[in-house]
Design a protein around this ligand. Structure first.
Ligand code: AMP
Length: 139
């Protein structure tokens, strides 16, 4: 069973496609958070960011890099929030990697990306040191 975004890639369901190349595609979000809200996807189905092979990840970033100014300029935005929901627990509803480019406007009432989390944890310095060392050892 292919994802709804694969069905868009295959032309089986309609979308307002704004860019397409061999490995990536961008189209307007069907339920936009702002005018110009655009999704950028790899054409092949990968559920999470780290499922994407390096060469496709490079292509995906190139398309995001290309689309951000195109989207912002087209709706005369002041800025944009660019984000991935990476996994169901992070709010990902469609299990096919997609980058949200959401145009932002002065006074639009939206928040920063910090608003996604719940209460901030209280972490002691030694806990932060341990976490940093652990991430560094895996990077
Ligand atoms: P996420 O919660 O990150 O998985 O976001 C999925 C996004 O896909 C939502 O913003 C939806 O509005 C959008 N979406 C779902 N179906 C379609 C569709 N057929 N065409 C365009 N956007 C869609």
């Amino acid at each position: 069973m292919s994802t709804i975004f694969s069905q868009i890639v295959e032309g089986e369901i309609p979308a307002r496609v704004v860019y397409e190349d061999e490995t990536t595609m961008a189209f307007l979000d069907a339920n936009p958070l702002a005018p110009g809200h655009t999704l950028v996807i790899p054409k092949d189905e990968y559920e999470r960011l780290n499922d994407i092979p390096d060469d496709v990840a490079t292509d995906l970033y190139a398309t995001i890099h290309r689309l951000i100014p195109a989207v912002e300029e087209s709706v005369d935005a002041d800025a944009s929030t660019v984000a991935f929901n990476n996994g169901e627990e992070a709010g990902q509803e469609v299990p096919h990697v997609h980058c949200h480019i959401v145009p932002r406007f002065e006074g639009d009432g939206g928040g920063p990306i910090h608003a996604i989390a719940g209460d901030r944890p209280e972490l002691a310095d030694d806990e932060l040191d341990d976490i940093a060392a652990d991430i560094e050892s895996r990077a």
